[in-house]
Design a binder for this molecule. Sequence first.
Ligand code: ADP
Length: 475
Amino acid sequence: MEIIHIAAECYPVAKVGGLGDVVGALPKYQKGDGHLVKVIIPGYDTKFINDNKFDCVYNGFVKLANFNFPFSILKESPGQLGFELYLVAIPDLFDRKEVYGYEDDIERFLSFQMATLDWLTSREELPDVINCHDHHTGLIPFMMYNVPKYSKLSSVPTVITIHNSIYQGQFGFDKLYYLQEFDLSKIPLIEWDNRINSLASAIKCASAVSTVSPNYLNEINYSAYGLESLFKQERQKSKGILNGIDFEVWNPATDKMIAKNYSVKNLVKGKQENKKALCAEFNLDETKPLFSFIGRLLEEKGADLLPEVVGQALLENPKGINILILGSGKTSIENELSEIVESFAGNYNVFIGYNEALAHLIYAGSDFLLMPSRVEPCGLNQMYALRYGTIPIVRRTGGLKDTVVDFGDGGNGICHEQASVIDLCDSIGRAVLLFKDTKNTTKIRKLGMCIDHSWENVCLEYIKLYKLIKAKNES
Ligand code: ADP
């Protein structure tokens, strides 16, 4: 099959979070399975893009209101990623350092989607399936099936994979004229709650909807930031497919970003060496259990609880634990986490920012990983933690519920129900007790390291879904 993934992120080219990890891995394993796989993302000003060679395969213009943006399609020429990577380079809109967060994000991602479709329409051959990811690509199914300019693609089945339903790419009807001409009776296909809603449109128009964990698919039927009834309505074409993790990137035995490689055979010694390096860097005591958090510092991740949790947990376990946080996000949370460093020096530290190598060292060198998320469509951090022998402490939600079972029930982690300071501190208390039982701790770590969350199996589920919608389209 020829499979085309269209997304805003793709590791190692451009990554903000889990979306990047998935789009950098799933296509690689699909290609390994014998398919022809292409990934299309915008051409940002990132290190990978600046350091690598790209060939121009197409030039065009994308019309957005009164502007006519020239764009190029650039193909990564060494082919080092395990799939074909194409960049949509639109100089005024995408040659910027950050992936998101600009005032003109709506204009940027609309032009990206339209330029992509211009190019795909210009090709002679049709792909077997187009897999869109999140709202940045959410209007593609609508445009393929309803905009005459792209009608060549109208027979191609589409999947929208939802990595997060919080972000929906909504905008007012005052920007309707950005879109290419279409029959206005089709407006209900892009409308939700009196606005144009890219994610809602994808859910309505795509041949299939997939979410990144089965439990998240159940949850969004009753909690999806206003889209609940739509998810219920389209349930019959939806499937929850749990993400995998890329063992080529996330493997403590070969990871070049950690201080000492290890496997399940020498995990105690290996983890201790990494912990030593990590604690030295952050002025922490390597003999105490180390609790870490990695992620976007937002309410969605429960990060607003962390400043109080640090104070409370250290009060309950005076000088008995260490806490380390890596993340960036909401300024008020960043500030609160930084301000308390001095008060808890020696037991707590924080790194505000994005640092891929440090994240790897933290997974390797920590004893426990905190994930107090309010919402977690899949969550990759807990799977990386398990792989590195670090015990995840999670709130039972979304994909965390699908992947972490409390050790009290014979499982691989520590679980609680509420995104609250009390619940998280209780879990930390249980972890401190567990940590004293070295034998049991090692047993649980080993259990986690041996779980197979590889992409090979997950990849087959996607292929099954593609085949199903392709057959439906053809019948
Ligand atoms: P989300 O996509 O919602 O942010 P996921 O758990 O699916 O959450 O994926 C998060 C990914 O981003 C992981 O690879 C994690 O290691 C990485 N990550 C998040 N924040 C940082 C950071 N500040 N520095 C390095 N890596 C980070």
